[in-house]
Write a protein that binds this ligand. Sequence first.
Ligand code: HEM
Length: 412
Amino acid sequence: MTASGTADNRADELIGAYWQGAHLQDPMFLEQMRAINPVLLSATHGLAVLTGHAEITAVLRHPDVRTIKFGGGEEFSHTASYAVMNPMMLFHDGGSHTRLRSLAQRAFTPRVLEESREFIAALTDDLLTGAAAASRTAEGVDIVQAIAYPLPVTVIVRMLGLTGTDAERFRSWSESVADLLGGVNLPPERWAQIEADAQQMREYFRTLADDLRADPQPGLLSALAAAEAEGGGGRLSSAELLANAVLLLVAGHETTSNLIAGSVHALAQHPEQRAWLAADPAGRAANATEELLRFLSPVRGSGRLTTAPLTLGDVTLPAGMHLSLSYASDNRDPRMYAGPHTLDLSRANARTHLAFAGGPHYCLGATLARLESTTFLTRLLTRFPDYSVPEQTVAYRPNYALQGLERLRVTF
Ligand code: HEM
């Protein structure tokens, strides 16, 4: 066998294992892939896995790269799940993407965020007080249930103008969308539950959109329902409103929750870093948030498709090639970050991470997520700098896209 044949076999083998989720069990697996080539191509699998910072940055902005449409076979296109997911801005490009995103962005203004600042601070303090009281048991309190989940959910539910009483339903819907985005080996009964949730989401948001157009209420959803695209692009259709409201709801649930719980865990594992932050929480929480985003990568990765041949380094990818972008790996690229596996809250270039992606699909909620995390870290380290995380088995939810702790017991 030739040297290149051996390399091809190794690439096939690694990409096959990646596809089976090897990187979810072993974060160092991605290092092996990058060491061979940060653009690892397998013709057999029809896939290239990108693990380098420079390469992923280039791809995210490249005009010959587009998103992968949400879907699957013809059979799936008639499902409620498809109807809920397909019009999300995440799966659109060019003019269609700009139209969906600019409508949502207009409703998601800096003023709305500024107005949420005090609410977020007060809510964080209330949740911390409740969690500290609940943690006075031998087991401590599950930080995921007590703070990491309710904080971002309460904020996004309020911003959207939804009623808090639907929180349980929203959680179930959010988990279903998370599974649609990156669930691992879902059994048929789980698919049935997801489809039932999608059906409910459609009915709920269809009724809500009609109500809000007739009788606008405070919050993003009314603004979305009423928004007219500049240049006569028209209102969001009901399907578009539904899908993008669900996207905001889910993005507001899962990702920031995972950042918060992951941060509590990471800081407990790095006492010297925690002490550095606790010495000046208000002044240091912003850079700490960037480094924790880099270190944790709550969105592990995403997918794209080439529309024309594309050369990255020494690899030329053909048109129509699926690309799997690993944000978890590019955020640990040693060519970009010295000591990439070290948590260094004062890291000077922490903010260059790709945890929020880049290019046209750069996270729409990045400012909100940063505000929530910075507020949380400031209040946690000001009030409970000595919290502790008892010995326990830490498990992540099985998901290709979203990296989240199932639970984390903490005592204050
Ligand atoms: C720590 C928290 C968060 C992280 C790590 C995160 C990460 C990301 C990433 C990586 C993408 C791009 C996905 C891709 O490349 O295909 C994205 C897109 C998006 N995010 Fe976030 N996100 C966070 C919080 C939020 C919040 C709080 C919201 C809104 C409430 C939000 C709304 C969105 C939306 C609407 C998009 C789609 C943008 C587009 O397609 O143009 N995200 N996010």
